[in-house]
Ligand binder design. Structure first.
Ligand SMILES: *Cc1c(COP(=O)(O)O)cnc(C)c1O
Length: 370
């Protein structure tokens, strides 16, 4: 029987194999494996791509988020016990970064239509201790509005973007396209291998137009050292290495093709899937489709049906962070929308390395589900 794997990382990367091998050779022969020109090159290429003033590369997406919040604390802009609003349906790393910096995650309901933070409910979660909103562009779908910007401005809140799933996504701001990752005060990127721009290992980055924040992030990521053997802060080692930077430079040059291919695949689903038992996602023009997520009531039956026909699926995410044992002590309001989503979402294959024609077939299989 024909197989439609959920994702094959081998196929994702083999299309660039000769370029990746050449880049790896360049690094191996350079004798420089950290603090070198690949990292510098990648940072300036990503900054240009997103249209943002500073990019600081780092070890992974969680560390990118941690560095942002720890830098705000280090700069005295946030203090232990201050609150950060974060959506309930996100990967747990978004929440971990907040609590790790001594800040309090305030878990907020998503919108049942966008699956992103329900920006219309924002005021409900704001208290005198709120310092920031962490918007997550979940599944590659931008989470942004005039109301968010206006509210943040009025209440003195930072807007931090978790852009781990949305590199290349954009929003239309009065006729001008602006990239996610360059919309808020600071943004975190992840280059985990399954992400749309995936490294061959762990990697991440912080983007910000704020030069002071960028400098503190860079310092904290390098032991808290500004000049060699001078440490004004207690820092960490969260650097990206030259090999990953070289891999990412190759793939960044192909990112627009990757995004186009994913958008074409999502369009096939959008056009062909026509089954009242399967609720399709809202299709925003600027989305980059890190995941294509449908909602179904009898999820296990649906997944078993697809699996028996060779279609791999996944769930993003089955257990929201506020229901994880590690956050058993975390206070939160009722989150019925998030919990319903967690019980009904199913991610379909969407990777650019799967042939476009396969998506019609997957959609037809879905249409035959009863
Ligand atoms: C992948 C991801 C992260 C974490 O990135 P890592 O590189 O795996 O640490 C954070 N937030 C979201 C929304 C993610 O999808």
């Amino acid at each position: 029987m024909k197989q439609y794997p959920f994702i094959s990382l081998k196929e994702v990367n083999e299309r660039y194999e000769s370029e990746l091998v050449a880049a790896a050779e360049r690094v191996i022969r350079s004798g420089r494996y950290l603090h070198g020109e690949e990292v510098v090159g990648f940072e300036s290429e990503l900054a240009a791509y997103c249209g943002v003033g500073n990019v600081v590369s780092c070890s992974n997406g969680l560390d990118a988020l941690r560095l942002i919040f720890k830098s705000y604390v280090s700069l005295g802009i946030m203090r232990a016990g201050d609150e950060v609003i974060v959506p309930a349906n996100t990967f747990i790393a978004s929440v971990l970064a907040i609590s790790d910096a001594g800040l309090v995650p305030v878990i907020a309901e998503p919108s049942p239509t966008t699956h992103n933070l329900d920006l219309d409910l924002l005021e409900r979660y704001i208290t005198p201790r709120t310092r920031a909103v962490l918007v997550v562009h979940l599944y590659g779908s931008p989470c942004w509005s005039e109301h968010l910007v206006e509210t943040a401005h009025r209440c003195g809140l930072k807007i931090v973007e978790d852009n781990a799933q949305a590199i290349g996504a954009y929003v239309d701001c009065g006729g001008v396209r602006r990239m996610t990752g360059a919309l808020g005060d600071a943004a975190a990127f992840s280059f985990y291998p399954t992400k749309n721009l995936g490294a061959l290992g762990d990697a991440g980055a912080v983007a910000t137009g704020d030069n002071v924040l960028a400098e503190r992030v860079r310092t904290l990521a390098n032991y808290g050292s500004d000049v060699r053997y001078h440490n004004p802060y207690c820092g960490y080692n969260c650097r990206m290495d030259e090999l990953q930077a070289a891999m990412l430079r190759v793939k960044l040059r192909h990112l627009d093709e990757i995004t186009d291919a994913r958008r074409r695949r999502a369009k096939v689903y959008e056009r062909v899937i026509n089954n009242s038992l399967v609720r399709k996602p809202l299709a925003l023009a600027g989305a980059v489709w890190h995941q294509y997520v449908v909602a179904v009531d009898n999820r296990q039956t649906f997944r078993d049906y697809l699996s028996q026909r060779g279609v791999g699926t996944d769930i993003h995410y089955p257990v929201p962070p506020h229901l994880q044992p590690c956050y058993a002590g975390l206070k939160h309001s009722q989150l019925p929308v998030a919990e319903k989503l967690a019980n009904s979402v199913v991610s379909l294959p969407i990777t650019e390395s799967t042939p476009l024609g396969d998506f019609e077939e997957i959609a037809e299989i879905i249409n035959s589900y009863k």
